[in-house]
Write a protein that binds this ligand. Sequence first.
Ligand SMILES: [Zn+2]
Length: 272
Amino acid sequence: MNIPKVEFAVIGGSGTLSSNFPCGASDSGVKILAEGLEFTTPYGQSPAFMLFSVDNKEVLTCRMHGWRRGVSRADASRQVFWVLREAGVKRIFSEGGVGTVNPLLDPRDFVIPHDYVDLSMRKHVELDGRYLLVMRDALCSEMRRLLVKVTRTHFDGRIFDRGVYAVTDGRHFESPAEIAMLRGQADIIGQSLCPEVYLSREIGACYAGLYFVVNYGEGVVKNWSHEQMKDIFYDDAPMISRILLDTIRQLSSSENCECQSLRKETLLDVYK
Ligand SMILES: [Zn+2]
């Protein structure tokens, strides 16, 4: 199958994984159009994508950021974004569970971050490097506003409409000293927002994420509980799927944001 032309994509994380997105949302407006779509990319065989529609909008989605055993995370990201670029995707949502740095946060808080700090040592975070990527307002302001609004209709707990996401390599969690170093610099911590945020801007797509706190960072408030993390992983996941589907439903196809203007032609001849 050729790569379908679609405007929307969801790069799934732990919430959509455990609820078998989009099926686990039990949304009668969802139709599965194709499953197990793998494509050949310059970075290796892509992960499996699913194509579905929600009402009349078509969406491409893959599980857990396209990460697989034996494929570097850099290559997985580039495979995913090469496919999304060929598909002509303009709006990309991500989601995932995160830990806390900010001691005011608790498990089961939602954070829709407005900025990030990349502490990963990841290399190869570009496709062809043709563009100068301005990372001001890296998370699309229009999509963030809508995510906050829709999340409020599904969830009566705490929703933070801004925050800084610190990105580490993982897969292990961070040490207490690492979390202490980030205190005051970031609010939540996870492993997926970069390089997705760079690659989205490179392909000219808007990007925003919905993050659910699943644990305290080490040394913050108290030791976190694996039992509680497991409960969140299974119990709250269908809600995350429903929030994403309703957000896509309400998102207009014309962009009302600055994202497009923050990608410029590079001035560096070596990339031309
Ligand atoms: Zn945007």
